[in-house]
Design a protein around this ligand. Sequence first.
Ligand code: DGY
Length: 323
Amino acid sequence: MDKPKVVVTRKWPAEVEATLTALYDVQLNEKDIPMSADQLKYALQSADALLPTVTDQITADILGVAGKRARIIGNFGVGYNNIAITAAKAEGLVVTNTPHVLTDCTADIAMLLLLMSARRASEGDRLVRQQQWTGWRPTHMLGQKVTGKTLGLIGFGRIAQAMARKAHHGFGMKIMFYNPSLPSQAIVDELQAVRCETVEDVLTESHFVSLHCPGGEATRHLINEQRLKLMRPSAHLINTARGDVVDSNALIKALKEGWIAGAGLDVFEGEPHINPGFLGLDNVALLPHLGSATEETRIAMGNRVLDNIAAFFAGQEPGDRVV
Ligand code: DGY
């Protein structure tokens, strides 16, 4: 029997590409140049599986292309708001993602940004590099203490819980969270976490607020001007979720006018383009979407896609099926 044909939209870790090459008739993307809408349409027409990632916009228009051969989309990423899910379902396509394997690394980046923002690490690094550091002094670059403070989480899924564990067990932080559904009582008890009824309660009470909700229309600009004004002037906002959860212009205003003390961002509205308003601000730490960017995690994400498509082609239910 012929090997199934699969199209990979971006460069993947070498060892995962080697496995793909051994198992499938695979089209890799050696040059790592994003594919155009027409190339994505052609991939759906010519291959059995399309393996995109979180930066490929798989729109309803692309999914609706006539004469599709593909029956599965194996997304490399836990978030799948890059895929028009309703359209995929209507087209009878199976869609999978890569949960679990990036939980700890993404939570590490959230904790890193929290520490960077609280202790003014980006600003300090710039000062040293620009040779403007004139020496230690009692009032130089004072930030906020992290240990023992309150961390508020918006969304309390796997990544939020992993961050809460690091913050609570490692830094003695008190945990509050808002989540539409009830999490397991065991994790709430372990972290002595307080469940808030509203997003507003978390924003008002926390010294640090970290966002962990999915992207998409339902959460677009969840953090807006009105909500930023509820935060403490000494508070910090951390976003490792999706850029469009935060209204960038409102956040820039908040950082400039001192409604909050700082922010740490790994994701941006319209990334990789960054709202230029952030670039001149000292009280924001900026990272280029590094949440899952470790060798171990990216290999594990690739292997997760491999498991999903292997199950699908064997006529079984893929473990990480989302539609
Ligand atoms: C995801 O997987 O959704 C992240 O944003 C990238 O790892």
